[in-house]
Design a protein around this ligand. Structure first.
Ligand SMILES: NC(=O)C1=CN([C@@H]2O[C@H](COP(=O)(O)OP(=O)(O)OC[C@H]3O[C@@H](n4cnc5c(N)ncnc54)[C@H](O)[C@@H]3O)[C@@H](O)[C@H]2O)C=CC1
Ligand SMILES: CC(C)CC(=O)C(=O)O
Length: 355
């Protein structure tokens, strides 16, 4: 029996997270040996209105007994300022559950309008350090103002997390095109990026069959725009990865096409790259692809972890159903179609039920 959490989040989270759950449930119906207990857990602004806090303690407690969960986007920019009960939940969830690696694939589809075709890459982003360091390391957020005219942001890089995220990247590359590109700026951040690169080199020695390269992050940004097909797995620090994973989504059709999975030694969390998109929330315009494929990555990951071939096959079936529906053109406007969130989701479920 797997225990999976559902944390809808804010704005379009209320549309795309239920879409992902609906698709996972439809896919798992074909595998009666897989038992899942789902738990709806409050988080974000709806939770603030209901419980007075955006991340209730009982949600954090419940997550401890989960195998994994889906976290929707969080619209924290709109939360009340200066209320400690209105915190941004996701950096805390990522840290408390040691979700050190954020795996963000970008894949193009022939029938989706995009700047590039034949793109199939994964960006792995360190998830808990960089310019978003652990609040326990610094009083506050890692940012402070020694005087009203000077602000300082501290960037933290540890050998432990750098090696962990490198290991994630090499393991992924092993099963793909066998190439890892390390993106850094060690000419400037000699210590921080220096330690990150050294950690990646050390881990790389364990994977002699995987081609290894180091690229300055600014050069990599240009290469990604000009020739993304040259990449397989990219690995980098938190803030570089935050920016570049939005860029890689832009290569294949935009933020609606950007799924993600945060993993650590014990837990895993499906979390799309995009934010809560308040501009389109409540209108059934949100592309559910990113969240559905994040959910697919979650069950695939659990399948590998627990050597459960049914979970892996269910993930494979979601992949195929999504490709079929994209090919048929039942897609949202950002993908060039006319379908609403609900219609695209139902078309994916119908394809799963048919095959
Ligand atoms: N992981 C998370 O929960 C993240 C949360 N945010 C938060 O989200 C809120 C909005 O931030 P923005 O900068 O506007 O970024 P955003 O990613 O929410 O939206 C940027 C643009 O992409 C579009 N978009 C995003 N997801 C889409 C989807 N699934 N289908 C179709 N179009 C989609 C939006 O309509 C908007 O035009 C803010 O409160 C921000 O702090 C931002 C990034 C990540
Ligand atoms: C506020 C940040 C934690 C948002 C972010 O890094 C992301 O999910 O892309």
């Amino acid at each position: 029996m797997y225990q999976l959490g559902i944390l809808k989040g804010d704005d379009i989270g209320l549309e795309v997270v239920p879409a992902a759950v609906q698709v996972l449930q439809a896919a798992l119906q074909g595998f009666p040996d897989v038992q899942v207990k789902w738990a709806d857990l409050p988080v974000g602004y709806p939770s603030y209105l209901q419980n007075g806090e955006t991340l209730p303690q009982h949600t954090m407690e419940a997550l401890k007994s989960m195998d994994g969960w889906i976290l929707g986007p969080i619209g924290h920019a709109a939360y009340p300022k200066n209320d400690p009960k209105a915190i941004n939940p996701h950096p805390i969830i990522r840290r408390v559950f040691d979700l050190h690696s954020n795996i963000r694939p970008s894949r193009s589809y022939p029938s989706v309008t995009s700047i590039h075709k034949n793109v199939d890459l994964i960006l792995v982003r360190e998830n808990n350090e960089g310019f978003q360091p652990d609040r326990n390391l610094f009083a506050g957020s890692g940012e402070f103002m020694p005087n009203p005219d000077l602000a300082m942001s501290v960037r933290v890089i540890s050998r432990r997390n750098s090696e962990a995220v490198a290991e994630t990247a090499f393991r992924l590359a092993q099963k793909r095109k066998k190439k890892v590109s390390v993106l850094h700026k060690n000419t400037v951040f000699k210590l921080g990026c220096g330690l990150f690169v050294e950690s990646c080199r050390n881990i790389g020695e364990k994977f002699p069959e995987v081609e290894y390269e180091e690229i300055h992050v600014d050069t990599a940004a240009a290469l990604l725009v000009m020739n993304p097909q040259k990449f397989d797995v990219l690995v980098t620090t938190n803030m570089f990865g935050d920016i570049l994973s939005d860029l890689t989504s832009g290569l294949v059709g935009g933020l609606g096409m950007a799924p993600g999975l945060c993993i650590g030694p014990k837990y895993s969390m499906a979390q799309a790259t995009h934010g809560s998109a308040p501009d389109i929330a409540g209108k059934q315009l949100a592309n559910p692809y990113a969240m559905i494929m994040s959910g697919k990555m979650l069950i695939e990951w659990l399948g590998i972890k627990y050597n459960d071939s049914s979970l892996m096959m269910a993930a494979q079936r979601i992949d195929e159903a999504v490709s079929t529906v994209i090919e048929l053109g039942t897609v949202t406007p950002d993908m060039g179609g006319k379908a609403m969130t609900r219609e695209m989701t139902e078309a994916i479920c119908a394809s799963l039920e048919k095959n």
